[in-house]
Design a protein. Structure first.
Length: 217
């Protein structure tokens, strides 16, 4: 159980929304456009979490091709055209956010560009729950750098120890630790494969469905 929490900060991909199919299909469309073979969806899922530039770099490396200079811009154009084609909120997320919003300040911290993040949150009717959203292309360094999380704590007038970061990956785990915040990991997210489970402490919880968060807060 978490005690004294006043701010709940959510990662986006793999935590609030299942965006794997749209991300994978966009990455594969990019590879095919440049003459490379498509990659398995699960492999692309393991590349997500450190921002679009890193995803593109990893995809071309996995395909055994040199990355073209304009590949990142092309990927963003492809992905932005299909942000909500298959992406959806994970089961229980809308209800969980509705419940939490009456008791806590909620925010989003993601390495995805801010515009795409806001489009997804609006399109899935989730944006109304959040007091602030920090994307990966703003003034703060991307996770696992803690600056974005610390900024959200400052905005909410809370200490890091009064905040819990909910995410699905080792990137989120490192971010929470670097900031001195609490941590909740979603095992249903596609980034969970890289989490060092044996290194988690008794105050770092793992949930297998969104509603479990209500039991911890």
């Amino acid at each position: 159980m978490y005690a004294g929490v006043r701010l709940v900060v959510f990662d986006l991909d793999g935590t609030l929304v299942d965006s794997l199919q749209d991300l994978a299909q966009s990455a594969n469309a990019l590879l095919i456009e440049y003459g490379a073979a498509a990659l398995p969806e699960a492999d692309i899922g393991r590349m997500v979490g450190d921002g679009a530039a890193t995803l593109v770099k990893r995809a071309f490396a996995a395909a055994g091709r040199e990355q073209p200079p304009d590949a990142l811009a092309r990927f963003l154009a492809i992905y932005n055209s299909r942000l909500l084609r298959l992406t959806s909120a994970y089961p229980g997320i809308p209800e969980t956010l509705h419940n939490l919003a009456s008791r806590y300040t909620l925010a989003v911290l993601t390495n995805k560009p801010l515009h795409a993040t806001q489009e997804i949150l609006r399109g899935l009717d989730l944006s109304r729950h959040f007091a602030a959203v920090v994307g990966g292309d703003g003034p703060f360094a991307r996770k696992p750098d803690p600056s974005g999380l610390l900024h959200l704590c400052q905005l909410a007038a809370v200490t890091p120890g009064e905040a819990v970061l909910v995410g699905d990956s080792a990137v989120d785990w490192k971010t929470a630790r670097a900031a001195g915040a609490l941590l909740c990991l979603t095992s249903y997210g596609f980034g969970f494969h890289g989490v060092p489970i044996r290194e988690l402490t008794e105050n770092e919880h793992v949930i297998d469905r969104a509603g479990r968060l209500l039991e911890l807060l």
